[in-house]
Write a protein that binds this ligand. Structure first.
Ligand code: GLP
Length: 270
């Protein structure tokens, strides 16, 4: 896993946006997997800025969101569809027909989840999946104990997630108890993953995700099995990482390589 430690939320957001923008420029028909939550918000703002000021073109981009609360209409203020419209889609030139968020009001959940997987397949699979992380180490809504091979399905949220997400609702009682979420297996099939984490509350989850054992109790740890994951985290989220200095060293080497200065990395001749 490539680990990039940035100073704070704004620099995490800019770095993450650069990865997304590079792909959008290189392959204007890319399929992006998108996440909700407060963590990717700064990245979305930066992408909107790039669209407005640099002409970053989303007209042929296709998106699939990770998850949606069950029981909320797409227009509900806390639905993830509404979040995506307000935080990104309404401000860029994406074709609404190319944006997909699971439908929290689907009547036949099983059929809807199957159809969602099929749509991802038909689009050619996800090129880059953006991920946040829950304080308990979940990705999307794959709560601890989720099968690491799981597919898009209905999931009950844990008491911790309900508590964490209550801040967006009037009270904890208003937080939906169920969600439709891509599975860990679905996420692992994307070609590249971009994991973002900011703040002290995520430090334990990040430590276990990156340096702990692969376990269904921390579903993000399954990303260790993926061949192309970039974790962009701020200092606070990185504070428990034991190999922080090594990750920085790798990034310094990476920058030299990108600048064509490989000679600086070779042993000195005596
Ligand atoms: C929810 C979402 C996750 C997200 C997590 C963290 O559980 N389903 O996709 O990663 O919240 O959210 P935040 O970025 O607000 O901390």
């Amino acid at each position: 896993m490539r680990v990039i430690v940035e100073r704070d939320f704004p620099s995490v957001s800019r770095t993450a946006a650069r990865f997304v923008a590079r792909l959008v420029r290189e392959r204007p028909t890319s399929v992006l997997g998108l996440a909700t939550g407060s963590t990717p918000l700064g990245m979305y703002q930066e992408l909107i800025r790039m669209h407005r000021e640099e002409g970053l073109d989303f007209s042929r981009i296709v998106t699939f969101n990770l998850d949606e609360y069950v029981g909320l209409a797409p227009t509900h203020p806390q639905s993830y569809r509404r979040f995506m419209q307000q935080s990104l889609f309404d401000h860029i030139n994406i074709d609404g027909r190319n944006t997909h968020v699971p439908d929290g009001r689907a009547l036949d959940f099983e059929a809807h989840c199957e159809q969602y997987e099929k749509l991802i397949d038909e689009a050619g699979g996800i090129d880059l999946q953006v991920l946040g992380i829950g304080a308990d180490g979940h990705i999307a809504f794959n709560e601890p104990g989720s099968s690491l091979g799981s597919r898009t399905r209905l999931k009950s949220l844990t008491a911790e997630t309900l508590r964490d997400n209550a801040r967006f609702f009037g009270s904890i009682e208003e937080v939906p108890r169920l969600a439709i979420t891509m599975g860990v297996g679905t996420i692992l099939e994307s070609r590249q993953c971009l994991l973002l984490a900011c703040g002290q509350a995520k430090a334990r989850a990040i430590k276990e995700t990156i340096e702990g054992p692969v376990t269904a109790q921390i579903t993000a740890s399954a990303l260790q099995l993926h061949r192309d994951v970039i974790a962009v985290v701020d200092e606070e989220a990185a504070q428990l990482l034991e190999r922080r200095e090594y990750y920085r060293e790798v990034e310094r080497a990476q920058s030299l390589l990108e600048a064509g200065e490989i000679s600086k990395l070779l042993p000195h001749k005596s």
